[in-house]
Every structure is written in structure tokens, then in C-alpha cells.
Design a protein around this ligand. Structure first.
Ligand code: NDP
Ligand code: 8X3
Length: 246
């Protein structure tokens, strides 16, 4: 199951797990994109079930999971990917609304999905949760404040889950990408495509597929190997705030 599978890293994961021969449950809130992706992957022989819900809508998410057809109920891998940044302003000038959306999506949405899916993994003593954190969760960068805090929370929540399931065969991974060229910056800058394009100027950024490769690797590691955390940066990115551009 991949949340936010309609774009960027989530879509990359959908394609790479499909190539790996897996059955996919793809979630998202863009009905048209979900259907296009389902068609693309189905034509290549992958079994795909799509679920339309916003991860902030706990009631709808719960209903979708409870109503999964019997043959789709045993989820082996949950990729908690749905997330976003909104705004890049000093903390004292940030938008309350943007903050709430990030917190509700990146933290509470991820927790909702974890709470709904992990009990089945524990019952079957089998499963893997792959959370998409960020280099932004390792240290704050200028004007990143609340977004960085949400990804820092993802790190702590992931570490907490890993501890809590250590008596089972369930594995827990935090993937922490750096600069990945997706729709992320368009969303962050509320549709200002020029400002978004500048984020990737003068550096070759990562792609959604690059992150998906690591997710597929972690999910297919031998059962006794738990890839706990991976920081994935573009070659000319030194940290969350150090980017060397040509
Ligand atoms: P994209 O904007 O390309 O993709 C984000 C996906 O999440 C979309 O499918 C989006 O759906 C979905 N989504 C957002 N909010 C919700 C919601 N409330 N309910 C359901 N789905 C939702 O960005 P990325 O692929 O880059 O982002 C994926 C994850 O990777 C995020 O958690 C992000 O924080 C993280 N990340 C991104 C990095 C980057 O540089 N791009 C680096 C490090 C981490 P919709 O199109 O409907 O909004
Ligand atoms: C996304 C990467 O550096 O823009 O989490 O915060 S960054």
C-alpha cells in the first residue's frame, strides 16, 4: 500500500514495486490520476486496487481499510508517503492554515495509516512500514520551521514504532530524501512554478524513482535485515541547507 501514489515519490514507488512483481493498493485524492496510474500498471500485468481518500480524513480512511476486499486485506508493505510542504517563510510570518495542513497530513495522516494497518501486520507477524521522512527532519533549515518539525516528528514516530514492534517480525524504515524533483515545490510555493523551478536550478536533483529504488531494496532485504533509516541526497547536496549549484 502506497499513500499519495498519484505523483512524485509515491508514483515512483508504485512503478518500482510493480516492476518488482507486487500487488499494489494505491491511495490518493486525485481520482483521475489514480485511474490513469491503475490503467498504466494494469496494462503491464500488475494487480492494482485504488482507494480514494485524503489521509487527513480519518473516518474515510478507516472505512476504506475496513471495507478492503478479503484478498486485499493482508498488507505486507505500507509506504507512508502522502505529505507536503506549504510555504517557506520565517516562523514568525508563517500561515496558520499551512501549518495545520502540514501537521494534519505529514504527522496525523501518517499516524492514522500506521494505526489502521500495523495491527494486521502484528497479527500475521509479517510486514514492513516505510515512512517517507526527509533530510529536513534531521535539522531545521532557514524558513523550513514547521515542515522540518513535521519530518522530525516522522523520525521520532518511526523510531517509536520500530521499538514497539521489535518483538515481532515487522520492520520499520525511515527514508530521508534530500532534493527530489517532483510536484513538491509547486505545492510548497502554492503554484508559483517559476519559484519552484529555481529550487532545482544548477544541481541535478534526485527523482522519485531514485527514492523508490531504495524503498524496494529495503522491502526486499533478507527477513533478518531491518533497514532502519536511509538519508538519500543528491551528489551536490551536502545537507538540508548546503547545496552546491553550478
Ligand atoms: P508530490 O507533491 O509530487 O507528491 C505528494 C503526494 O502526496 C501526491 O500524490 C499528493 O496528492 C499526496 N498528498 C498530499 N497530501 C495528501 C493528503 N492529505 N491525502 C492524500 N494524499 C496526499 O511530492 P513528493 O513526491 O516529493 O512528496 C512525497 C513525500 O516525500 C512527502 O511526504 C514529502 O514531504 C516527502 N519528501 C519530498 C522531498 C522532495 O524534495 N520532493 C524530499 C524529502 C521528502 P495530491 O496530488 O492530491 O496533492
Ligand atoms: C523535502 C526536502 O530539503 O526541501 O523534504 O526540505 S527539503
Amino acid at each position: 500500500m502506497i499513500t499519495g501514489a498519484t505523483s512524485g515519490i509515491g508514483l515512483g514507488c508504485a512503478r518500482k514495486f510493480a516492476e518488482n512483481g507486487d500487488k499494489l493498493i494505491l491511495t490518493g485524492r486525485n481520482k483521475k490520476r489514480l485511474e490513469e496510474i491503475r490503467k498504466e500498471l494494469t496494462e503491464k500485468g500488475t494487480q492494482v486496487l485504488t482507494l480514494l481518500f485524503d489521509v487527513r480524513d480519518r473516518e474515510k480512511a478507516t472505512q476504506c481499510i475496513n471495507e478492503l476486499p478479503e484478498e486485499w486485506k493482508s498488507i505486507d508493505v505500507l509506504v507512508n508517503n502522502a505529505g507536503l510542504a506549504l510555504g517557506l517563510e520565517p516562523e514568525y510570518e508563517g500561515s496558520f492554515e499551512d501549518w495545520e495542513t502540514m501537521i494534519d497530513t505529514n504527522i496525523k495522516g501518517l499516524l492514522t495509516m500506521t494505526r489502521l494497518i500495523v495491527p494486521g501486520m502484528i497479527a500475521r507477524n509479517c510486514g514492513h512500514v516505510i515512512n517517507i521522512g526527509s533530510v529536513a527532519g534531521d535539522a531545521a533549515y532557514a524558513n523550513g520551521n514547521v515542515y522540518c518539525a513535521t519530518k522530525s516528528a516522522v523520525k521520532t514516530i518511526t523510531d517509536g514504532l520500530r521499538i514497539d514492534v521489535a518483538n515481532s517480525a515487522v520492520r520499520v524504515t525511515n527514508l530521508k530524501p534530500g532534493l527530489v524533483e517532483t510536484n513538491f515545490s509547486n505545492t510548497r510555493f502554492h503554484g508559483d512554478t517559476e519559484r519552484a523551478a529555481n529550487v532545482y536550478k544548477g544541481i541535478q536533483p534526485l527523482t522519485g524513482d531514485d527514492i523508490a529504488d531504495v524503498a524496494v531494496y529495503a522491502a526486499n532485504a533478507p527477513a533478518h535485515v531491518q533497514i532502519a533509516e536511509v538519508l538519500i541526497l543528491a551528489t551536490h547536496q551536502g545537507s538540508g541547507s548546503v547545496i552546491v549549484r553550478k
